[in-house]
Ligand binder design. Structure first.
Ligand SMILES: Nc1ncnc2c1ncn2[C@@H]1O[C@H](COP(=O)(O)OP(=O)(O)OP(=O)(O)O)[C@@H](O)[C@H]1O
Ligand SMILES: [Mg+2]
Length: 731
């Protein structure tokens, strides 16, 4: 038996973990220290050396993709398929149990899983059934309430109500919602875990079967387990199962979704005799990247404490780019990417990471313009997102009342009391008379063909669209988008959705307005003036539909990887760009006033930085449109927490505005020191511009490479120009 493939590629501490005697093991170690590698090799060791059957092994990963990769690597090490082994996410594994034991779990054999949107629709149905007012009991909030309780393992009867009528009503909704799901044979995400846990509690025989089967349970990314997942693990391990968990307290980034970092601290108590292994050598990143990441995370209090080092080269300094705005930031990133690919870097080895989903749009647009293949991970492309489709639905219906799909999508989104029965009547008449849903609804209102409530609800919707459509006629495209979103009530609606999700949707809607603002109709349309060019709204809607229909780049295609920092967990890339390091964006506004959440943001930054193997680029924009406003952004505190000596500021070439050009030590730059306005551009001085000719400097704003100057040109009149790009010469 040759065990060298299993042990040779490991250092001493890693080997200690992989070969640990039977018992519980907790590997607590920093990013890139080989935790996932150790877990994979441990499984191979168990099978090949300890002669454990793959049937006796259950491994938990954080994503399905990670699960597939893990299985592949184990089989590669063993040289044979590891059939019978269970590898998956908590949700995937629990689901598998429910499929196998649907009867004991009290489910119909054909039960279906519902996503968050379906769940919301059911909650609304329950509210109608209980005759509760959505304004007083926002469905999103109830959804959040139900999921939160399920994540804690609490059924309605376990929820403490303190005699508070509000909580009591929420509990009533929870009860009715569960009954409805049960009747329809539907299971939501949180339910999967809770149901699987209850299955074991209720049927000790079933539990005993799995306890006997899975003598070895291995968990990656342990720091992000929530209460019910931890309870599930403890139950499965019982008295005999051995748990091998790997994690990093500095990478706990899902506290906002119920993950409990305390589970790491509790581990040794709950699993007696735990052997603790620490890994300190980092194999992923250059010395520079690691030193910067270590310095950043040192600003957090109450860490378990780790000391990560590397034998690797120091490598390149971290590139810092101070962009004028988010468009220019994207331009820098993409030009830099082109430079890398021209020198042979594979596109899929390059990642762009950002804090909030909405940031992807500007990158996507520019990547598309330059025909660079890209892929957005763990999220829909911008124009495919539900809230964007909602807002576009309003615009579509405003420009074409016969658009039935848009009618269906938004007639009761946000909810305005137009129920299934009313809609049924609208559809039926439309079918019978072969007219559009809109026309059908209009007739029902005119003829008062339904009860007063239904007629009023429909009438309200029709008036809303008519009024809004009329009022936006004379507006610019982005104002049209903005006005329509306002009129739709979508923002108010998403505000009720608790937590980051609702906030993200609102940010996306604001981003849609930005997209409309910078939208340029295709060239052909402009030339075709005589034929009557399509109005900007129609052109914009077509653009959005085409973009959404384009679909994602295929996985095998060599494409640039775009994702949020959250979905980058566990991954690594030779080249990483982290964009939008600005106060309010990252750290996120919602976390700034709460020390605990600020630390979670810092951990997220640590996760992002430690994804990079050879090159890390960080950037921020001096201005960014956020929440519909042009903001002067302040560079993120996280940038200041990085040792200056490890950063190198990239500055645009003043002569032509090419990017990634001249580099200067960060110390002299806009981030750390205010730069005096260029003396040659003093107010009142005369300058020459290659295109606009001669003029007088009227005004000056900003500082650093992106200072802007207003010049009154003799021929062209006053213009604002970016100094670094304008190529102005003193006269
Ligand atoms: N002993 C080793 N020798 C060489 N390379 C190693 C060794 N251990 C790990 N690596 C490599 O280092 C990189 C990081 O390893 P791995 O992804 O397992 O770290 P991790 O601790 O799980 O990181 P994260 O905290 O980000 O999940 C991988 O490319 C891995 O192949
Ligand atoms: Mg890992």
């Amino acid at each position: 038996m040759d065990i060298s493939p299993i042990l040779d590629p490991l250092n001493d501490a890693q080997r200690e973990a992989v070969t640990a005697p039977a018992g519980h093991v907790l590997v607590l170690a920093g990013a890139g220290s080989g935790k996932t590698r150790v877990l994979v090799h441990r499984i191979a060791w168990l099978i090949q050396v300890e002669r454990v059957s793959p049937f006796g092994i259950l491994a938990v990963t954080f994503t399905n993709k990670a699960a597939r990769e893990m299985r592949g690597r184990i089989e590669e090490l063993l040289g044979v398929p590891a059939r019978g082994m269970w590898v998956g996410t908590f949700h995937g594994l629990a689901h598998r149990l429910l499929r196998a034991h649907w009867q004991e779990a009290g489910l119909p054999e054909t039960f279906q899983i519902i996503d968050s949107d379906d769940q919301l629709r059911l909650v609304k149905r329950v509210l109608r059934q209980l005759e509760l007012d959505e304004a007083r009991f926002p469905p999103k909030q109830l959804q959040w309430f139900i999921n939160g309780r399920k994540d804690e393992g609490l059924r309605p009867q376990h929820v403490e109500h303190y005699d508070d009528p509000f909580i009591k009503t929420q509990i009533r909704v929870y009860v009715a919602y569960d009954e409805l799901c049960q009747r329809l044979g539907l299971v939501d995400f949180a339910e999967i875990l809770l149901r699987a846990h209850e299955l074991w509690l209720k049927y000790p025989r079933v539990l005993a079967h799995y306890q006997q089967r899975f003598g070895h349970i291995l968990v990656d990314e342990f720091q992000d387990t929530n209460s019910i997942q931890y309870a599930w693990l403890r139950l499965l391990a019982g008295q005999t199962g051995r748990v091998f968990a790997v994690g990093d307290d500095d990478q706990s980034i899902y506290g906002w979704r119920g993950a409990r970092i305390e589970n790491i601290q509790r581990f040794s108590e709950d699993f007696p005799g735990t052997q603790l292994v620490r890994l300190e050598q980092n194999y992923r990143s250059t010395g520079t990247i690691l030193a910067a990441a270590n310095a950043l995370i040192a600003h957090n209090a109450g860490r378990m404490g780790k000391n990560l080092w590397t034998e690797g080269e120091d490598g390149e300094p971290i590139e810092l780019y101070n962009a004028y705005n988010e468009y220019e930031e994207a331009q820098y990133v993409i030009e830099r990417i082109e430079q890398f690919t021209e020198t042979g870097q594979t596109r899929s080895e390059i990642a762009i990471l950002y804090r909030s989903n909405a940031q992807s749009r500007v990158f996507e647009e520019q990547l598309m313009q330059r025909a660079i293949p890209y892929r957005v991970y763990g999220g829909l492309r911008f124009f495919e997102r539900a809230e964007i489709k909602d807002a576009l639905g309003y615009l579509r219906l405003a420009s074409n009342r016969a658009d039935d799909a848009s009618f269906e999508r938004i007639v009761n989104q946000p909810p305005r009391g137009i129920g299934e029965r009313t809609l049924g009547a609208v559809r039926e008449q439309a079918r019978a008379l072969d007219i559009s849903l809109w026309e059908s609804a209009r007739r029902i209102v005119a003829e008062q063909a339904l009860n007063a409530r239904a007629v009023n609800a429909l009438k309200g919707f029709i008036e809303l669209i008519e009024t809004a459509a009329e009022s936006i006629l004379e507006l610019d495209l982005h104002e049209q988008a903005e006005a329509m979103i306002q009129a739709s009530g979508l923002i108010e609606h998403f505000k009720k959705e608790k937590g980051e999700r609702g906030q993200a949707r609102i940010e996306n809607l604001e981003e849609l307005v930005n997209a409309a603002r910078v939208f340029q109709p295709p060239e052909e349309a402009e030339e075709d003036l005589t034929e009557g060019e399509p109005d900007p709204l129609t052109a914009f809607l077509a653009h959005a539909a085409l973009e959404a229909g384009e679909g994602q780049a295929d996985a095998w295609e060599d494409c640039v990887q775009l994702m949020t920092l959250h979905s980058a967990k566990g991954l690594e890339f030779p080249v990483v760009f982290m964009a939008g390091l600005e106060e309010g964006l990252f750290p996120h506004q919602m976390s700034i006033d709460e020390p605990g959440r600020l630390e979670e943001e810092r951990r997220l930054c640590y996760v992002g930085m430690t994804r990079a193997r050879q090159r890390l680029h960080v950037s921020y924009a001096e201005r960014r449109r956020l929440h519909g406003q042009d903001n002067y952004a302040i560079p993120s505190r996280f940038l200041r927490e990085l040792p200056q000596g490890l950063l190198q500021e990239v500055r645009p070439q003043p002569t032509y505005g090419g990017l990634g050009g001249a580099a200067a030590p960060a110390t002299a730059s806009g981030l750390y020191a205010d730069e005096a306005a260029d003396a040659e551009l003093a107010l009142g001085s005369r300058v020459q511009h290659p295109k606009f000719g001669e003029g007088v400097v009227l005004n000056y704003e900003g500082n650093g490479p992106h200072a802007r100057v207003q010049v009154n040109f003799q021929e062209a009149g006053p213009k604002w120009l970016v100094v670094a790009y304008a190529n102005l010469a003193p006269v």
